[in-house]
Ligand binder design. Sequence first.
Ligand code: BG6
Length: 502
Amino acid sequence: MKTKEQPFIMVIFGASGDLTKRKLMPALYSLYKRHRLTENFTILGVARTAYGDVQFRSYIHNQLNKFLDPKEYQAEEVGEFCKHLYYVAMDPSEADDYLLLANRLQELSGSAQPNNILYYLSTPPSLYGVVPVHLKAYKLNSRGSRIIVEKPFGYDLESALKLNNIYASVFDEKQVYRIDHFLGKETAQNILAFRFANGIFEPLWNRNYIDYVEITATENIGIEQRGGYYDESGALRDMVQNHLIQLLALTAMEPPVNFNATEFRNEVIKVYNSLVPLTETDFKEHVIRGQYTASDAKKGYREEQNVKPDSRTDTYIAMRLNIGNWRWAGVPFYIRTGKQLPTKVTEIVVHFKETPHHMFHQVGEGSAQNNTLILRIQPNEGVQLRVAMKVPGSGFEIKQTAMDFTYDKLGGLPPGDAYARLIEDCIASDPTLFTRNDAIEASWRFFDPLISYWKQHPDAPLYGYPAGTWGPKESEAMMNEHGATWTNPCKNLTDSDQYCEL
Ligand code: BG6
């Protein structure tokens, strides 16, 4: 029987939490609806809330009604899905409570040694090191089990190393699925297809033709109800150390020999290991930390719930990275992320070098002699190549124009949901799109000196930026050093616009 067809039980720790209702249950339901799950599956919710099975089913049914795309929600089908749900009320930090879990798993699987069990840790990170130890104590870590752990995996290098050691003492590395949902995004995976399934881009994809690269992931919301978590984490740990660095790896990696877990993940780690260590000058000049301040109707970060009134947590980071290898030496990668910016957009902008000689008169904005390629991860997913064309009429005037591909042109299929894709991969025991232990460590190893620098220099600059703007002006100044400016996707965004067109 293929792994996918085997009966499985997914145990969700943190079953009454935010991620479960917003992402995990909708993803599982969408897999169920598309017949991507075996018929014999069970989802066992674990949390402290005192639900029974019936109450849990009705709670999840209501949440699906709220968080599913209305086109996906069909009451009867959701009801059928919910029949697969069970619940055990327990405290995941209490060793003794795992007896309840063990008994429930035995009852649901009909075996004293249940096998195909997937544990999903959707809990506060403080439990990431605790749950596996208790699972082991009750022999719930059989070889057929897998554990999915949300980010952030660790708080710095030391804590990540500790966590990896704990996991290694309970599971084989191949049973550990460190999830970074950006890798589950169709459009992030498309970077690989775009680069390695086309012959025409790869010869240009290097320092000889590329001037610099921007990787942007901005959001037009604040921290919402997550002050407690975010104030301890900040943008560097929340977005840069994982999501942005993954996008960087996809953009900069060498072609893997095969698209399998080992080869792909070997190439990811090579990129991380090639990052040129940041120096003290970089900390001061090539890392810009920001925090949003109040503007119009928008609250400042320090006014948010569960945030310290004198907090120095970063809600914006822009930085310049360099990759020290043959392909990329001398090509800066500028990455940035921030909360409360004008729009939500994630994209990679590759700037090619200028033509060596300007023969034509250029009209319109920007340098018409400089091609740009935009890989839009979200929203309005697609790819755009900006090229120079002759303006019709007499003379030779040149203007930039765009060659566009948008995902909605692919047979009307919207890009799939990242969580659904990754959960399905885990069910099928395919860890390719999950982060390996060495990659987590390499990534923390790179950022750790910066984290220590901030710790040792509590007065290192943290620039304010009014909520709803593109971040601190110092970030623009960093780009200007390279004779460049950030590519802000929408120039004239009005309040009623949410997202920019590609
Ligand atoms: C999460 C971060 O990992 O990614 C959030 O914790 C952020 O702070 C989110 O909002 C962004 O993900 P997406 O898929 O909405 O771009």
